[in-house]
Write a protein that binds this ligand. Structure first.
Ligand SMILES: *[C@@H]1O[C@H](CO)[C@@H](O)[C@H](O)[C@H]1NC(C)=O
Ligand SMILES: *[C@@H]1O[C@H](CO)[C@@H](O)[C@H](O)[C@H]1NC(C)=O
Ligand SMILES: *[C@@H]1O[C@H](CO)[C@@H](O)[C@H](O)[C@H]1NC(C)=O
Ligand SMILES: *[C@@H]1O[C@H](CO)[C@@H](O)[C@H](O)[C@H]1NC(C)=O
Length: 769
C-alpha cells in the first residue's frame, strides 16, 4: 500500500512540475532575515501587513523597468513567523526577480509536493498498564501532540473526549469546513486545521466530491497515525477479526491536534510549513511528520528549517525515514535535530499456507478474512492474458483463462490489492502474489478482496517450476489468523537506509519502531484496501510504512516529556537512542528482512536500535544539544553566512576559530568516514559531554567494541558524577588500523558507558570511501 502511495505521488509530482512550466505564476517559499524584518515592521506594527506591503511593492517594482506589465498581481498565501521567517506567495518570474532586491530577502524555492511515508504494539514495547511510564500519576499531565498528515476522523472512538479540560496554554482552534465544525473537537482532539492554499495553487481546487476541504480525513493515513501516537485505549479493537485486542496510542492520555496538509495528489511544502509554523504558535509539544521527499542540504530543506525553528522552541520533532529501502543512502529527514524513525516488524504475523497438488507447502501472509480455498486449478498470470498479465495489471487478464482458478501475480507495477481486484473482476477464485528475485522473502499481509496471499521469491521459483512441469497444477490457500511470538523486531526491507546522503557525520536513521502491519484507527468511509470496489467498512485498519513507526516515537516522546518536563528535545532523543536495543525477543541480533538471508541488521538500518520506552525514561546519562551547538555544527560544515541565515534567521555569526568539527556535535552516536585505501594511521578526535540524569553519585566505566579497521581510545575511561545534572566531558580518538576485510564499505562498533545500574550506548558506524 505504501509502495503504491510513493510511486503514485512521484507520478503526480511529474505532472505538476510539467504544469508549472506552462503556468504564468507559481508558488515560492520565501525565506527572510528576521533581524531585518523586525527592524522594518515597526512602521506597520504587524508582520502580516509588512509582508502584504512587500508583496504589493514588488508588483510595482516589476512594472517599472519592463515594457509589458505583469498583469497578474502577486498573491500572498502564507506568512511564516514562528518556526521560520518568511512567506509563501504566487509570483511570476519577474516578480520573483524584483523580490530579490527587497532588504532581508534570503532565498525563494519553488513549492514542491511531498509524499506520505505510508494492538499489541505497547506490550511489544514493554509498556504495561498501571506500571512504569503507564502508571496513573505520570499520565495525569497532558502533552499536546501535533499530527501533520491527511487530517482526522474526529468521531472515532479513539478520539472520544477525555475527562480533564483542555490545557490553558493551548491557543489552537478547531476549524469549520466541509463536514467539519468546531463541535468535532473535544478535550481529546483539541485542535484541527486544514492547509491547502499551496496545494490548490499547484493542483487546482480540491474536488469536494472526492475529499473534504476541511480537517476531516478522506484517506485514513492521518487518522491512523494520530491514534498510534495518542489515541484512547480501545478494548476489543481488530481489523476483520485480525490482531484482536486493545488498541491505544503510545501516549494515550495526550491531547491531539490535527493539521491536514496532504490531499489526493500529495502534500505541498508551503502548506506543511504553514502547519508547522501554526502548530508551534498553537502550543504543541511534539510534532509528528510521516511524510518526506528526497534529501537536500539542511539550508535548502524547508522541512529541516521549520523543524529547527520548532526544536529551538523546545518542541520534539519526529519524522519517518522513508520507504525506499533496502538500497543504501535512501534515508530522508536527516537533520540532526530531527528524530528520524525506521520501521520494523512486531512479533505478530498473519500466516497462510499454500499447498500445491504435489504436496509441497509454502508459508505466506495475508489479511484476507474468509474461508480457505479447496484445491483449485493454478495458472500463471503471464499465460492468462495480454500485456502486463504477469503483474495482473489493469484489464490484462482474460476471463476465459482465469475463471475459477487461482492466479499467480508478480509483485510490482500496480498495488498488491489491485492485483486481487483484477483477478476477482476476471472471475478468478484466488491469487498468489509472488515476490521477484530482488524482492527477496519479505511478505506483505494485505486485506485482499478475494482469497489471496503474499509469497517470497523462493516459493515463487518452486511454484513456477511446478506449474510448468505438471499437467493440471492445483493449489489451495489456508488462512491461519493472527500469530504472536515470532522473532522480532526484524527490520523491514522497505525501511530507508543510511548512510545519510546529506550529513555523513551523523548516523541516520536514529532508531527503529514498529511499522509493519500496525493496527490503528480508520475512517469508516474508507475501505481497508482503499479500492473503490471494496465495500467493506472497518474502524481499525492494518497498514505498514515508516509513516506508522514515526507516530510511535512521537507518542513515546510525549510520554517522556510528561515525566521529564525539563528535558530538551535533544535530551529526549538521546534517552530514546542510548537505551535502544539491538537484540530481538530471542536475544539474538535483530535481523534485516532487506538482506538476502535475514542477516543481522546494522546502524544504517536501525540507527541506535529499537526503542525501549521504559529504559528511556531512566537513561542514566543524556547527550544534550543546545540551539547554539546546532548552529556551531552548521558553521563547521562551512556554511556561508547566507546559508547560516536560512537556519538562524539572521541572528548568528560563526566564529572562525576552527575548534569545532562536524563530528563534535554532541550527538549520541558516532559516524565516521575514512578513505578505504591508504588511510592507515589517519585519525580523528571528537569531544562529547554527558549530563547525569540518573543517581547523583554514580561511576561510569567505558566499554568499547571497536569497528573492524579502527582502534578507539577514550579519555578519560571513567566518569565519576557527584550530583544530579552534573556535566562531564570525554574525548574519543578513532585511528585507522588494518582492516580484516576490505570487501565491505562499512564497519560497526559501539561505545557504552556502564555503571552498576545503567548502560548508555552509542553505536559507531564507519563508512569506507
Ligand atoms: C461552516 O462550514 C459549513 C460548510 O462549509 C457552512 O455551511 C457553515 O455556514 C459554516 N459555519 C460557520 C459558522 O462558518
Ligand atoms: C470530482 O470528482 C468526481 C468523482 O470522481 C467526478 O465525477 C467529477 O467530475 C470531479 N469534478 C471535477 C470538477 O473535477
Ligand atoms: C571546512 O573548511 C576547512 C578549511 O578549508 C576544511 O579543512 C574542512 O574540511 C571543511 N569542512 C567541511 C565539512 O567541508
Ligand atoms: C602507522 O604507524 C605505525 C606506528 O607509529 C608505523 O609503524 C607505521 O609505519 C605507520 N603506517 C603508515 C602507513 O604510515
Amino acid at each position: 500500500m505504501m509502495m503504491f502511495q510513493v510511486s503514485f505521488f512521484m507520478l503526480m509530482a511529474v505532472v505538476i512540475v510539467t504544469s508549472y512550466a506552462t503556468m504564468e505564476r507559481q508558488t515560492y517559499v520565501v525565506h527572510m532575515d528576521r533581524t531585518k524584518i523586525s527592524a522594518l515592521d515597526h512602521s506597520l506594527g504587524d508582520t502580516m501587513r509588512w509582508y502584504e506591503s512587500v508583496v504589493n511593492s514588488i508588483n510595482e517594482l516589476s512594472t517599472q523597468d519592463v515594457v509589458e506589465k505583469d498583469t497578474v498581481r502577486p498573491e500572498l498565501l502564507y506568512v511564516y513567523e514562528t518556526a521560520m521567517s518568511g512567506f509563501a506567495a504566487k509570483l511570476s518570474i519577474k516578480q520573483l526577480q524584483s523580490l530579490k532586491n527587497v532588504d532581508g530577502f534570503l532565498s525563494a524555492t519553488p513549492d514542491d509536493m511531498l509524499s506520505l511515508h505510508t494492538t499489541h504494539t505497547p506490550q511489544f514495547l514493554g509498556l504495561k498498564y498501571g506500571k512504569g511510564l503507564w502508571n496513573a500519576p505520570n499520565l495525569a499531565s497532558d502533552v499536546i501532540i501535533g499530527i501533520i498528515d491527511t487530517g482526522i476522523w474526529p468521531d472515532h472512538i479513539s478520539f472520544k473526549s477525555g475527562v480533564s479540560p483542555v490545557p490553558s496554554r493551548w491557543k489552537g482552534i478547531c476549524e469549520n469546513g466541509t463536514k467539519f465544525s468546531p463541535a468535532n473537537c473535544n478535550n481529546k482532539l483539541i485542535g484541527a486545521r486544514a492547509f491547502f492554499k499551496g496545494y490548490e495553487a499547484a493542483a487546482g481546487r480540491i474536488n469536494e466530491t472526492q475529499e473534504y476541504r476541511s480537517p476531516r480525513d478522506s484517506d485514513g493515513h492521518g487518522t491512523h497515525t494520530a491514534s498510534t501516537a495518542g489515541g484512547n485505549v480501545v478494548a476489543g479493537a481488530s481489523m476483520l477479526g485480525f490482531a484482536k485486542g486493545t488498541a491505544g496510542g503510545m501516549r494515550y492520555t495526550a491531547r491531539i491536534a490535527a493539521y491536514k496538509v496532504c490531499w489526493a495528489r500529495g502534500c505541498a511544502s508551503s502548506d506543511i510549513l504553514a502547519a508547522i509554523d501554526t502548530a508551534v504558535s498553537d502550543g504543541v509539544e511534539v510534532i509528528s511528520l510521516s511524510l518526506g521527499s528526497g534529501s537536500h542540504p539542511y539550508h535548502s530543506d524547508n522541512m529541516a528549517i521549520a523543524a529547527f525553528g520548532a526544536v529551538q522552541k523546545g518542541i520534539f520533532v519526529s519524522c519517518s525515514a522513508g520507504n525506499s529501502g533496502p538500497s543504501e543512502s535512501t534515508v530522508s529527514n536527516t537533520a540532526p535535530w530531527i528524530m528520524t524513525v525506521a520501521a520494523s516488524y512486531l512479533d505478530r504475523s498473519f500466516p497462510t499456507m499454500v499447498k500445491l497438488g504435489d504436496g509441497q507447502v509454502f508459508k505466506g501472509a495475508s489479511l484476507y478474512s474468509g474461508n480457505p480455498t479447496k484445491p483449485l486449478p493454478l495458472v500463471y498470470g503471464d499465460t492468462a492474458g495480454g500485456q502486463g498479465a504477469e503483474y495482473c495489471s489493469d484489464g490484462s487478464l482474460s476471463p476465459e483463462l482465469v475463471k475459477g482458478k487461482i492466479v499467480i501475480c508478480q509483485r510490482g507495477m500496480n498495488t498488491r490489492v489491485e492485483k486481487g481486484e483484477q483477478v476477482k473482476m476476471a472471475g478468478g477464485a484466488g491469487m498468489l502474489m509472488v515476490n521477484n528475485e530482488e524482492d527477496g522473502e519479505e511478505l506483505f499481509a494485505d486485506p485482499h478482496i478475494l482469497p489471496a496471499t503474499s509469497l517470497g521469491a523462493k516459493a515463487a521459483k518452486a511454484i513456477k517450476n511446478y506449474v510448468t512441469l505438471v499437467k493440471n497444477p492445483t493449489a489451495s490457500i489456508i488462512f491461519q489468523g493472527t500469530l504472536y511470538g515470532s522473532p522480532a523486531p526484524i527490520m523491514a526491507g522497505f525501511s530507508s537506509r543510511g548512510p545519510s546522503p546529506v550529513g555523513p557525520d551523523v548516523i541516520k536513521p536514529d532508531v527503529t519502531a514498529p511499522g509493519v502491519n500496525i493496527l490503528a484507527a480508520w475512517p469508516p468511509t474508507v475501505s481497508p484496501t482503499r479500492l473503490n470496489s471494496d465495500k467493506r467498512s472497518v474502524s481499525f485498519n492494518i497498514i505498514s510504512g515508516t509513516s506508522m513507526s514515526c507516530p510511535h516515537v512521537s507518542g513515546l516522546a510525549a510520554l517522556l516529556k510528561s515525566v521529564h518536563k525539563d528535558w530538551s528535545p535533544a535530551a529526549i532523543k538521546s534517552a530514546l537512542m542510548t537505551t535502544a536495543h539491538t537484540l530481538n525477543n530471542k536475544r539474538v541480533p535483530i535481523a534485516d528482512a532487506g538482506s538476502n538471508n535475514f542477516e543481522s541488521a546494522n546502524p544504517f538500518s536501525y540507527g541506535s536500535g529499537h526503542v525501549d520506552p521504559e529504559r528511556a525514561s531512566d537513561p542514566g546519562l543524556v547527550y544534550d544539544i543546545s540551539t547554539e551547538d546546532y548552529l556551531n555544527y552548521l558553521c563547521s560544515l562551512n556554511y556561508t553566512s547566507f546559508q547560516m541565515a536560512m537556519l538562524s534567521r539572521g541572528s548568528f555569526t560563526c566564529l572562525n576559530n576552527g575548534v569545532t568539527q562536524p563530528g563534535d556535535l554532541n550527538y549520541p552516536s558516532y559516524a565516521l568516514v575514512f578513505d578505504g585505501v591508504g588511510a592507515q594511521n589517519s585519525s580523528v578526535t571528537y569531544k562529547r559531554t554527558v549530563t547525569n540524569v540518573g543517581l547523583s553519585w554514580s561511576r561510569y566505566i567505558v566499554q568499547v567494541k571497536e569497528p573492524d579497521g579502527v582502534s578507539v581510545m577514550v579519555q578519560p575511561k571513567v566518569l565519576n558524577f557527584k550530583k544530579y545534572g552534573e556535566k562531564l566531558s570525554y574525548t574519543v580518538t578513532f585511528v585507522v588500523v588494518g582492516r580484516k576485510t576490505t570487501s565491505t564499505t562499512s564497519s560497526f562498533g559501539s561505545l557504552i558507558w556502564v555503571s552498576w545500574k545503567y548502560a548508555v550506548r552509542s553505536p559507531i558506524a564507519v563508512t569506507w570511501q
